[in-house]
Design a protein around this ligand. Structure first.
Ligand SMILES: Nc1ncnc2c1ncn2[C@@H]1O[C@H](COP(=O)(O)OP(=O)(O)O)[C@@H](O)[C@H]1O
Ligand SMILES: [Mg+2]
Length: 378
């Protein structure tokens, strides 16, 4: 995990609502504060991060002015240098600067595909292409084309493709869609051998497979089902992209407020309260309610800890001792000792009890992630 910010692309995925956008934004903030020129990309959605900064972004409407960076050439070329960014912090691809070094982009897959087709088709207006039968035909005949072209766009923006960002954080779609997206380059290159898109697909596939260039982060709530789904995601990623998760962020944990002895006393108190509820003596109803609430909070924290422990245990079990062939990612086998340190990090981000996450909370989450980078098993 310590080297995660040294990659060129970090893919953040997980179930819808798990906190992908929040964690992707916090990672982006962290990277930007460390001096990396960072782009957080959301696909097909308005930028959640921009909204936190009170900036509205959205997929640009068809027919709007095309960005300069996609004109001409056989292939979309890396867009212009930083200096070409608009003075109000809007980049040539419509990305928005939220604070120094932190940019965000809502990537519209339809538009990415239209741009691509337009470049190949000698700069036809997007409107014409969108309605032309050849475009419709291509989009229908090449399932995954939109996903692929979106990834090509990220590659072009990233340092790997010669783009202007040190780090691209992809706030990816939810698990199933994300896996389909990540598998698109390999699927495409297996079918189509020649042509500019196939060449690009090979480059993207190499970036996704290379653990020096890309990293994968799953976000999960601390529940039994989310833990199981994360293990499924890890299996899918390994099968479809040949990679393991670099980190799992368990998001929305509650603090363990009570020591075991205190929990035992709470259990006793709640028991007494239940007994006095049934009798006709006057009870201290506030104390009884408080005891039950505390008991519930304690139980919630306990159950979350159990799930985090289960996640760690089951992920460690994927690294069999002394069996290189069975090691995910074709790594050398691990001894019992180094297995623990080599296994990807699992770390938690507490639930923020605020009506609405804001920048202050995002900074706290980023700080928390920063601490986790230094001592991954915390
Ligand atoms: N650690 C947290 N504490 C409190 N609220 C959170 C936390 N993480 C995310 N949220 C909130 O949960 C909701 C879903 O988070 P979001 O990042 O949009 O998830 P996703 O992108 O996976 O759908 C949002 O309203 C967000 O503000
Ligand atoms: Mg989201």
């Amino acid at each position: 995990m310590a080297s995660l910010l040294e990659r060129k692309l970090i893919v953040v995925t997980g179930k819808g609502g798990a906190g992908k956008s929040t964690i992707a934004g916090a990672l982006g903030l962290l990277a930007a504060r460390r001096g990396l020129r960072t782009l957080v990309v959301e696909v097909g959605e308005r930028s959640h991060l921009a909204a936190l900064y009170g900036r509205a972004t959205g997929p640009v409407e068809d027919g709007a002015e095309q960005p300069a960076g996609v004109e001409g050439g056989d292939e979309p070329r890396a867009s212009a240098e930083q200096d070409d960014a608009e003075p109000d912090g809007v980049g040539p691809d419509g990305e928005v600067e939220l604070e120094p070094g932190l940019w965000t982009l809502s990537l519209d897959p339809d538009r990415a595909l239209i741009e691509w087709m337009r470049d190949l088709g000698g700069r036809l207006p997007a409107r014409v292409l969108a309605s032309s039968s050849s475009f419709q035909y291509f989009a229908a005949a090449a399932p995954g084309a939109e996903e692929l072209v979106s990834l090509v766009k990220l590659h072009v923006l990233s340092g790997v493709g010669g783009g202007r960002y040190d780090l691209v954080v992809l706030d990816a779609p939810a698990t199933g869609h994300a896996l389909a997206m990540l598998a698109a380059p390999a699927t495409f290159t297996a079918i189509v051998r020649g042509g500019p898109l196939a060449r690009r697909a090979v480059e993207v596939r190499e970036m996704l497979q290379d653990d020096r260039l890309s990293g994968y982060v799953a976000v999960a709530r601390p529940t039994e089902m989310a833990v199981s789904e994360t293990l499924d995601l890890e299996r899918g990623l390994s099968e479809q992209v040949g990679r393991d998760l670099d980190a799992v962020v368990v998001n929305g944990t509650v603090a363990r407020r009570f020591a075991p002895a205190e929990l035992a006393r709470l259990d006793a108190l709640a028991g007494e309260a239940a007994a006095s509820d049934r009798g006709d003596q006057r009870i201290d109803s506030i104390a009884a309610a408080a005891a039950r609430a505390a008991q519930a909070a304690g139980e919630r924290a306990r159950s979350q800890r159990r799930q985090i422990a289960r996640l760690r245990r089951l992920r460690l079990a994927r690294w069999p001792i002394g069996d290189p062939a069975a090691c995910p990612g074709g790594r050398a086998s691990y001894s019992r000792l180094d297995r623990r340190s080599a296994a990807p990090s699992v770390f938690s981000v507490p639930f923020a009890f605020v009506p609405q996450l804001d920048r202050v909370e995002l900074e706290k989450i980023a700080a928390r992630l920063a601490r986790s980078l230094l001592s991954p098993e915390s």
